[in-house]
Design a protein around this ligand. Structure first.
Ligand SMILES: C=C(O[C@@H]1C=C(C(=O)O)C=C[C@H]1O)C(=O)O
Length: 381
């Protein structure tokens, strides 16, 4: 048996050759980048890469090695592309992004739409973000809010995207892909649910509780203590309060804010019913304009990764190679395409940063249906 140290010496010699050859290959790729800068040719050439993989895997002597060589070379070529994007950015030939920088997002004398009725948490988020000098109106569905800005009826919409207890609001993600609307800001507010009933109603007399399904989820522990209550989801927590006030049935209660209770003349039957004391919701401010505030520090993008092993890794590696911090990733099924997903990613940065331009250029060329959802000032990046 050959001695381990002798084998390792042999490996060391081979690895040194690999590194030398890798650097030699990269130097040629830099020349390719030069050619592409001069001619305007795209960095990513899928046909060339696929042909190369076919040739190289055919040289191997086992299927194990065939897979390994494919993986290795997909990686090498992906690294080569990232280097080329860097050089293109340095030469200033990365195309302009279709977003316009503004000093500030306008917060006065604008028209804002939110979903629900007066007393909704979205209204509280709107007031926290815009203050009081706006004209606002409420719509029944989230979709209606996005439509209102797409059609120019409102300048901004305020929509809940994530709750600290119940997680992300999947429907908003799906809607953001349907409409030509963009995120320009975010606002996090504390969500302190209370149980509301008619004046004089008793906790012991409650039979049905209404709320938004997120409200029900966020108070799951409290509701587990009242398993005989029927839980009914409606479109919004404040709408639940409105319904209880309107129907005048003392066996009905709503989970909503104390403010919604005041608006509809209801009484607080129980306070502090959220499972998590710090229960908070992150709202996004959405516009039909592709604008970003000068000091924006968070970018949200969406893309579809090809249905191939390692595809998501290769796309995300554009962030790694550009030193960008990814703060969040979510996935949603693509409608009509079973078991295929689109990914929603938040990264720290500003569209003016060359590292950001570089990463986005790579992702735009390599992933399908990329949408930059927005660049905005994020409170908790
Ligand atoms: C180097 C090139 O750019 C990219 C990288 C490749 C590689 O590293 O082999 C191949 C094709 C392109 O996607 C090229 O176009 O030849």
């Amino acid at each position: 048996m050959t001695d381990l140290s002798a084998l390792r010496e042999e490996i060391d010699a081979i690895d040194q050759q690999i590194v030398t050859l890798y650097e030699k290959r990269m130097a040629v790729c830099e020349e390719v980048a030069e050619y592409k800068i001069q001619t305007g040719k795209k960095v990513f050439d899928k046909e060339r890469e696929d042909a190369k993989i076919a040739t190289l895997t055919a040289m191997t002597h086992s299927s194990f090695n065939g897979h390994a060589v494919e993986e290795l070379f997909r990686q090498i070529m992906s690294i080569s592309r990232k280097r080329q994007y860097q050089l293109l950015t340095r030469e200033g030939v990365i195309g302009r992004l279709s977003f316009t920088q503004v000093e500030e997002i306008e917060r006065e004398n604008v028209r804002v739409v939110f979903q629900g009725v007066e007393g909704a948490y979205a209204q509280a988020a709107m007031k926290a973000y815009f203050g009081d000098k706006v004209s606002s109106f409420a719509v029944a569905k989230w979709r209606d809010a996005l439509e209102a800005i797409a059609e120019g009826m409102a300048d901004f919409a305020v929509l809940p995207i994530e709750n600290s207890t119940a997680g992300f609001v999947s429907e908003i993600y799906d809607l953001l892909m349907k409409y030509d609307d963009y995120i320009v800001g975010e606002q996090i507010i504390r969500v302190e649910h209370v149980l509301l009933g008619l004046p004089g109603a008793k906790l012991s007399g409650i039979r049905t509780v209404y709320s938004h399904e997120q409200g029900l989820m966020q108070c799951e522990e409290f509701l587990n203590g009242h398993r005989d209550w029927q839980q009914e989801a409606v479109d919004n927590t404040a709408m639940a309060a409105k319904k209880v006030a309107k129907e005048q049935d003392a066996s009905q209660a709503a989970i909503a804010s104390a403010f919604a209770g005041e608006v509809f003349g209801l009484e607080i039957l129980k306070e502090h019913i959220s499972t998590s004391a710090g229960n908070s919701t992150r709202f996004i401010i959405v516009s039909n304009q592709r604008i970003f505030q000068k000091d924006a520090n968070k970018i949200s993008i969406c893309f579809e990764a090809p249905h191939r092993s390692g595809a998501l890794y290769n796309i995300l590696s554009h962030f790694i190679y550009n030193n960008l911090n990814m703060s969040k990733i979510e996935s949603r099924p693509i409608p009509e395409r079973n078991w295929e997903y689109r990914f929603f990613v938040d990264v720290e940065g500003n569209l003016n940063d060359s590292a950001v331009k570089n990463a986005l250029r790579g992702i735009t060329e390599e992933a399908a249906n990329v949408k930059i959802l927005g660049n905005y000032y994020g409170g908790n990046v």
